[in-house]
Design a protein around this ligand. Structure first.
Ligand code: PAF
Length: 286
């Protein structure tokens, strides 16, 4: 595996592969790799001849009061994980390489970023779209792999790729969970033992809502209230939002039908956790 730090090195290396017609897969990450990232890498490994994992803690997607400084950066461990998964290139650029001195350019996706996590994290998605547009430009992959765990991010980046006519396919891979249902996230490491137990309430609430939908409930407000009660009942927390929206355009759904995204963000102590479930809801005469 090559570990590269500059765009020039990356272009030299991937140019050869591209000219030889080899399919290039990109897994963009901020490091602190866990089984969720590894599932993305495995998907890329299964479908592409050259697998590139970018490891870059992107400063522009963190708000001033967020955890940029303390975000975990176990680079050697991450590189070992990449090697173990058969990654060809780990791309680990510096902040200056990605954001050259004097830079003033941002990529903005409107509307889709104004709901769910958008209002709670001003500027976050602009940071994500900007860095991912740059990474796509640097790597020029055929396919980019994203996790369903960050459902809104996947929708926003899919839209950005279509709107900018970027020649890359986006593959969204299923959320990987702990045996008790907690979605894997690098931020789970911040939870103490009690908070970790409490955090299972997020997926438990989503699962209970899904069961109610399967039994015929279609009223969003009723389902959201049920989830809220379950999560608040599990212990002290701040619910940023619990929403049910159209899975493609993220517009609000008061009655469920078609492909719906149930998504939530909850702070337990200082740790912000997100989770979601996507489901195809048939019309129901109830
Ligand atoms: O999901 C992440 O880890 C980040 O938002 C991403 C896509 C790597 C951009 O920094």
């Amino acid at each position: 595996m090559l570990t590269l730090h500059t765009i020039a090195e990356l272009r030299a290396e991937l140019g050869q592969a591209r000219r030889a017609g080899r399919r290039i897969g990109l897994v963009p990450t901020m490091g602190a790799l866990h089984a969720g990232h590894r599932s993305l890498i495995r998907a890329a490994r299964g479908q592409c001849e050259v697998v590139v994992v970018s490891i870059f803690v992107n400063p522009t997607q963190f708000g001033p009061a967020e955890d940029f400084e303390r975000y975990p950066r176990p680079l050697e461990k991450d590189l070992d994980a990449c090697r173990a998964e058969g990654v060809d290139v780990a791309f680990c650029p510096s902040v200056e390489e990605v954001y050259p001195a004097g830079e003033v350019t941002r990529v903005t996706v409107s509307r889709l970023t104004e709901v769910l996590c958008g209002p709670c994290r001003p500027g976050h998605f602009e940071g994500v779209t900007t860095v991912v547009a740059k990474l796509i430009n640097m790597v020029q992959p055929d396919v980019m792999y994203l996790g369903q765990k960050d459902a809104q991010q996947a929708v926003v980046l899919g839209r950005m790729v279509r709107d900018l006519r970027l020649p890359v396919d986006v593959v969204v891979c299923p959320t990987v969970r702990e045996p008790d249902g907690l979605a894997l996230s690098s931020r789970n490491a911040y939870l103490d033992a009690a908070q970790r137990r409490q955090a299972t309430s997020l997926y438990a609430a989503l699962t209970a809502a899904r069961e109610r939908i399967e039994r015929g409930e279609r009223d969003s407000a009723v389902l959201v209230e049920g989830m809220r009660r379950r999560i608040e009942g599990a212990g002290p927390c701040v619910i940023e939002y619990i929403s049910i929206v159209d899975a493609e355009d993220l517009s609000a759904r008061s009655r469920l039908s078609g492909r719906c995204l149930m998504a939530l963000a909850v702070r337990i102590g200082a740790t912000r956790l997100i989770d979601n479930v996507v489901l195809d809801v048939p019309e129901c005469a109830r």
